[in-house]
Design a protein around this ligand. Sequence first.
Ligand code: HEC
Ligand code: HEC
Length: 319
Amino acid sequence: MKKVLRYLGILLLVLIVLVGLFASYISIRGIPAYTAEKVELHVDATKARLAQGQKLASMLCRNCHLDANTNKFTGRLLSEAPQFGVIYSRNITNDKAHGIGNWTDGQLAYLLRTGIKPDGSYLPPYMPKLVHLSDEDLYSVIAFLRSGHAWVEADNTVQPDTKPSFLTKFLTNIKAMKPFPYPKQPIAAPDTTDRVAWGRYIALGQLECFSCHSRDFAKNDYFNPEKSPGFFGGGNELFNTAGKKIVSLNITMDKNTGIGNWSEDDFIRAVKYGQVPNGGDPLREPMQPYAQLTDNEVRAIWAYLKTVPVQQHKVERSQ
Ligand code: HEC
Ligand code: HEC
């Protein structure tokens, strides 16, 4: 008996040492790097693309990359997801040395789809990957980034380096977070005459509403969004820029815990202007008012949400 205990003790010690070694390996190694593939792409800046690109960038990139000091996309400290570390978004203006002025269209497309930068470094989910965005929408974003718009005008601001947390390093090392493959097939724009398909595209592929509105960023399935735990059932703990916790809400059609009692117009007012029914307090960041969406786009999201399985999940709105 004594012998067994001794062996068990030794085994435990070995395990502790191994876990310790693994942990220090991960924290020293950091986020693993990959190899960036070369993508041949030249995006023509048509008028339609510039307009769509500005609309998309204002909903998809501005939130994280707009710097209040410069009023340009020169990056800022992101306090919304502190579990991932001390994260700074970067300068993505047209500055050749400090921004993306020297990146090719192919390099931008590759990063935005996969998460891999030209030097092989990998950006975890705190920089979204537009895996389901249509090619045309992606080209629009790229055309906009290259435009003369004030947000992306060259600027030499430099942000401090990001310091990923142990959790981020751990999840990227065990490949729970990893780059997405660059799509081999073209990604077509949605059929806008099919309301549900269109709404699904906006809510999952384009604006990724599900990413905040499901249970936990770290558990989301970005490739198969519907498989994310607690899909659209809310409860994801987010933080506003002042570091205050604001939990995301259940926006499935459950009548008791979701928005099943709302009208379509209630939904439009909430999504576009942050107004909630019955004079409740307006919605706060990190939920942004999607004022750039047309009413028809929001109606399409509504039509799609009606097809999403309801989640009976009570989430108290943050005070
Ligand atoms: C949720 C916040 C967030 C959103 C939204 C976001 N980004 Fe980022 N982005 C980041 C962070 C954070 C980094 C840098 C991470 C790091 O350095 O580890 C980054 C890095 C980048 C880089 C790499 C720049 C460099 O020099 O390393 C590019 C390019 C970029 N983002 C473009 C975009 C575009 C285009 C959009 C909109 C389609 C966008 N981002 C939306 C957070 C975001
Ligand atoms: C960056 C994270 C984030 C994204 C992306 C996001 N939301 Fe939200 N949303 C929130 C948070 C947080 C709240 C709660 C805000 C509060 O308590 O003031 C919220 C609240 C809401 C509400 C109010 C629900 C209620 O019961 O009052 C609706 C409706 C909503 N979001 C719809 C959407 C739609 C549609 C999209 C995509 C177009 C979207 N959200 C994208 C974070 C997000």
